[in-house]
Design a protein around this ligand. Structure first.
Ligand code: SAH
Length: 527
């Protein structure tokens, strides 16, 4: 059916091309309209500067085409090829999103691509984006206009060879005629650009700001004057993509700089959780300005067979308690429940317990309210709370990982319960990629590594594959170790790691707070 519909669409109407500005770097700076269109794209052609994280909004079956284009590096596709691709996919009836960094009509060749579409008769729309000039200034604490400093601003390409005789840029007018000047693609030519501006009368003491990877956790910025910024940039080894902001407004940065003052700005944190579970931890750390590297040491898979769970699902009514000790257990359990044509209504028999607040929340998302939540969010705490309800003669079902700590079932059995443990998922160790991990640690100056369970520790060390303690300490030199709780800490210590950060309660928000406090304590306070 679906193919038939598409075929007829092809013969009668072309699709449409949406030229969308992805924003400057932080994926959340895309417009609401841009994001909504990504969600219905069938083909996405994206650039080097458009955040890859935005691709998460694209439907799974959409075709993703990387169009490359990085200054100085060989282009993946020529502009002519990109234009042709857009026309062809649209002519085939597809909804095509052309995603570009910043704003598509600001030094993005968006105009050329649209002209091509017009000639081919392809319908299109253009969605503006936050251009990197405003983002870079804003995220470095500089308002690009300000009543007391300037009432004009110019966006200029720094790509043009400023030594060429027939320049398209009126340097004489630009130098003193405009208050704030923002140069895109200007790093390579910076010495020429500053030279030209000074030659044409701009004060050499004019403050200048250079920002690389603006609005991302990797943002770096430096300031100087027209006279010395080229040298400052060279010494700081600032590479493209970066923007150059020239003008008196730059002096406001001292007062306004906000993004770079976030408590974890510039801190690089390695996350070892499963990809499925990392998002909350990552979002919280990023909100504090940290740069998170996801390095999952665990991935999840269904059990080899569902036979055991299926059998228990058929006699759920005979259980007194159904106990969930992890979010993953809940997800896999419910996925199977639905697969069998059952749903939350079939859980009305047993009372339901969860190990902590997040598991309770996950359960609620599946339409079920937990009857019991322990005071202390550990297996021991859960056992104690259940035992307080009286376990003698009770039957308990615990769907969980194939291999897990035995504390809970053992304590409940000791208290007189009949406990049935059924596997609903398996933890699998992903491919080790030892060399890549070592390179990442060496090159990216990781500040903290986070361990949220004992298996993340064991699997991480397996991936790192150090020959002995000496090599282990060398590979992890300067890296602080953060653990979620005492059990993970013990595993890490046994393996020879020393713990730097550990929250008092074992939750993700508390782990994040401990990391923040650790760095706040280490930074000399202003007072
Ligand atoms: N259409 C884009 C600009 C493309 S030209 C926009 O509106 O932002 C490419 C240049 O943009 C880079 O060389 C760099 O100067 C600038 N740029 C893009 N993203 C940037 C970022 N996150 N940080 C600093 N500069 C950026």
């Amino acid at each position: 059916m679906a193919t038939e519909r598409k075929k007829s669409a092809r013969s009668f109407a072309p699709g449409k091309v949406y030229l969308i500005g992805a924003g400057p770097g932080d994926p959340s700076l895309i417009t609401v309209k841009g994001r909504a269109l990504l969600e219905k794209a069938e083909v996405v052609v994206y650039d080097y500067l458009a955040s890859k994280k935005l691709l998460a909004y694209v439907p799974k079956d959409a075709e993703l085409i990387y169009a490359g284009k990085m200054g100085g590096v060989k282009h993946t596709h020529t502009q002519a090829e990109i234009n042709r691709m857009l026309v062809e996919h649209a002519m085939a009836g597809k909804t095509v999103v052309r995603l570009k960094g910043g704003d598509p009509f600001i030094f993005g060749r968006g105009g050329e691509e649209i002209e091509e579409l017009v000639e081919a008769g392809v319908p299109f729309e253009v969605v503006p984006g936050v251009t990197s000039a405003t983002a870079a200034a804003t995220y470095a604490g500089v308002p690009i206009t300000h009543r007391q400093y300037t009432s004009s601003v110019a966006f200029v390409t720094g790509h043009e060879d400023p030594t060429k005789a027939d320049s398209n840029i009126a340097w004489d007018k630009l130098a003193t005629g405009i208050g704030t000047l923002v140069f895109y693609m200007g790093i390579k030519n910076l010495p020429h650009i500053t030279q030209r501006l000074m030659e044409h009368g701009r004060d050499p003491q004019t403050p200048v700001l250079v920002v690389r990877w603006a609005s991302t956790p990797e943002q770096r910025s430096v300031v100087g004057t027209l006279a010395d910024i080229a040298e400052v940039v060279r010494e700081a080894n600032i590479k493209p993509p970066a923007l150059v902001v020239v003008g008196e407004v730059v002096s406001l940065r001292e007062k306004i700089n906000w993004f770079e003052k976030k408590p974890l700005f510039g801190r690089r944190i390695l996350i070892t959780r499963t990809r499925e579970q990392a998002s909350d931890l990552v979002a919280r750390l990023e909100d504090l300005g940290a740069d998170c590297l996801e390095w999952p040491t665990i991935s999840l898979a269904p059990p080899d067979s569902w036979a055991e769970l299926d059998r228990e699902l058929d006699r759920l009514g005979s259980y007194h308690w159904l106990v969930f000790t992890s979010i993953n257990a809940i997800r896999f359990f419910f996925a199977r429940l639905f697969e069998k044509g059952m749903d939350a209504r079939d859980l009305k028999g047993p009372r339901i317990a969860t190990v902590g607040a997040t598991t309770a929340e996950e359960l609620r998302a599946h339409g079920v309210k937990a009857d019991l939540l322990p005071e202390e969010f550990t297996g021991e705490g859960l056992a104690a709370s259940l035992i307080a309800h009286g376990m003698a003669g009770k039957s308990i079902l615990i769907p969980r990982a194939l291999k897990a700590r035995e504390v809970l079932p053992e304590e409940l059995e000791a208290a007189g319960a009949a406990v049935q443990v059924v596997p609903v998922y398996r933890n699998v160790r992903p491919e080790a990629k030892t060399d890549e991990l070592r390179r990442e640690l060496a090159e990216r100056q990781v500040d903290v590594i986070t361990f949220t369970s004992s298996s993340t520790v064991t699997n991480f060390l397996h991936m790192l594959n150090a020959a002995d303690q000496e090599e282990l300490h060398r590979l992890l030199a300067g890296v602080r170790v953060a653990v979620i709780g005492p059990i993970t800490a013990r595993t890490a210590e046994k393996a020879g790691l020393s713990i730097n950060i550990q929250p008092e309660t074992f939750t993700i928000p508390d782990l994040v707070e401990s990391i923040r406090a650790f760095f706040a304590a280490g930074t000399p306070s202003a007072a």
